[in-house]
Each structure stands twice: as C-alpha cells, then as structure tokens.
Write a protein that binds this ligand. Structure first.
Ligand SMILES: [Mg+2]
Length: 294
C-alpha cells in the first residue's frame, strides 16, 4: 500500500486496536482473481495465510463469506474444520460455525439461530425443495436455448454463469433468468458479475455477518468484497461504530474505503495482522532487532 492509502492504513490500525474483532472477506474477485471456469478460482498467495494468521490471534474471528456453496468453498480454499477460519456459504444460508473442533468459549456460545450448519436436515423445507426443482428445470431450458452458458446447482439455489459468453447471448440468457425469477413467489434473484442466481432462501451476506459478529461477541467487523451482493454486507455494518467496510475494484458502493484489486486485499489482511500484533504488544516478526552477544 502506498502513502496515498494512508487513510486506509489509519483505519486498519484503529480497527486492529478494538478489543474483539471479526475479519471477513468475500472469495471470488476479492481473495481470488476471476477466471472463466469458476471451479479453477484460487486465492492469491498470502491471502488465506493472512486469514489463518489473523484467526490465530487473540480475540479475532476470521471468515470467508461467499455465494459459493459451503462444500465448494471448502474445496477451493482448502480451509478445513481445524484451520480456525469460519466459512459462510450460499450468501449466508450455510456456515461451518459449530463444525470446528475448538468452538471457542463454551460459556458464551452466542446466538447461531439464523446460521445453518452444513448438513442440517432442516436446511430446506418441502416447499422450498419443490421450488428449487422447478427453478432447475426452468434454467435447464434456458441453457438448452443458449448452450454456451453454464449452470451451477447449489443446495438452495441455481446459478446461471455467463463469463466469457458472447455479450448478446449473455444478455438474452440473463434476461430470461430474471424473467423466471419474477414469475415464481418465494424465489429471490441475486445478480452479480456475469452471473445471476435464483435462490429459494432469503439469505444475504449482511444478515450473515451480523449473526456471526453476534455469535462471536465481536465489537467491530472488517468486511472486504467486490460485487453487488457484498453491498448488503457493507450496508449492514456501521463505520461510525468501528466497523471497516472496503470495496474491491470499481463500481458504486456504500463501503467507506476502496482498494483496487485482490493483491491489495492480501496486503490489507497482512497489514491487519501486523497492526493487531502491535496493538496486543507482540513483536512483529522479522522486525525484531538482533542483538549481537559478544
Ligand atoms: Mg466476489
């Protein structure tokens, strides 16, 4: 980060000095650069390492909050139940919270009522399951008409991907998906970059973050994201009370700060870890003067 980013550096330092914090990041376009095949997306070197380092610090919860389903998110990040990093999938409909071998302070389990652990039998009721099956059929019909688009099935949603597709075809397929979403009650349409998701659960990253902050008794939350769905997360947070919201890349945003790209996300997470160590009176690795013993 350059001197022009000094305002952001100050904000990170102030956030790192809060007693108990939640550090949360989106995955695609934030930790991981966009690629044509969504299953080839990988976090930039250093990003996950910085998150794991953050999670190991006192009174820090670290999380990846993604529209991806939980199983895919775990596979793409390589974050297992013992990494100490919470995964939130399907825009907040699924969480790995509670799957950790060390769930934290047993005296303060927090409120997890709105977060559904993976594999929860009551994840979708019968009606929602039926709605999802109808949506899958409708989107299969769209793919039949526009074979260059791709579909992704998630536990509570079906997603139309148009990255790399000829623009007029992408626009037509996207419009058709929006039309399907508008036709059925109980279906929520979530547009994103080269993607439109039809979901049968009212989940959003804002509620998910607020729930996780409450469950972990966090005083302040840092959130980094690049897409339309991340705006719900930014809007749910309050920079006036110590939260730090950071938009990645171009575009309209309600976030208080902005960084240009995933490389800057890695730098910001590393800066947070260093500042947190300073705030907690720990020496920063690599900067400890070596005293020569004669
Ligand atoms: Mg994203």
């Amino acid at each position: 980060m350059t001197d022009a980013r000094s305002e952001l550096r100050i904000a990170v330092a102030a956030f790192a000095a809060r007693p108990r914090v939640l550090v949360a990041v989106d995955f695609d376009g934030t930790l991981a650069p966009f690629v044509t095949d969504p299953l080839q997306a990988r976090a930039l070197p250093g990003g996950l390492e910085a998150l794991v380092a953050a999670a190991a610090l006192d009174d820090v919860t670290a999380a990846v909050v993604s529209g991806r389903d939980l199983a895919t998110l775990a596979a793409l990040t390589g974050i297992g139940p013992d990494a100490g990093v919470t995964l939130i999938g399907s825009h907040g409909a699924q969480t790995s919270l509670g799957q950790h071998t060390n769930p934290g302070d047993p005296a303060n389990p927090g409120d997890r009522s709105n977060l559904h652990p993976a594999g929860d039998a009551a994840f979708l009721d019968e009606e929602a399951t039926a709605r999802l099956n109808v949506l899958r059929g409708e989107l299969e019909a769209i793919r039949f008409r526009y074979p260059s688009v791709r579909l992704e099935n998630k536990p509570s949603a079906v997603v139309l991907h148009t990255r790399g597709v000829e623009p007029s075809v992408a626009a037509a397929a996207t419009a058709a998906a929006h039309e399907v979403g508008a036709r059925y009650a109980g279906v929520h349409v979530m547009p994103g970059k080269d993607v439109v998701e039809l979901t049968v659960l009212e989940a959003n990253k804002g509620n998910a973050l607020v729930d996780l902050a409450r469950a972990t008794s966090s005083d302040a939350t840092l959130y980094l994201g690049d897409d339309v769905t991340d705006e719900r997360a930014f809007a749910a947070l309050d920079p006036q009370s110590g939260d730090l919201t950071v938009k990645v890349g171009e575009g309209e945003t309600v976030a208080a700060q902005r960084v240009p790209d995933p490389e800057s996300v890695v730098a910001l997470l590393e800066l947070f870890v260093a500042q947190r160590r300073v705030a907690q009176g720990r020496p920063v690795q690599g900067r400890v003067a070596q005293r020569r013993v004669d």
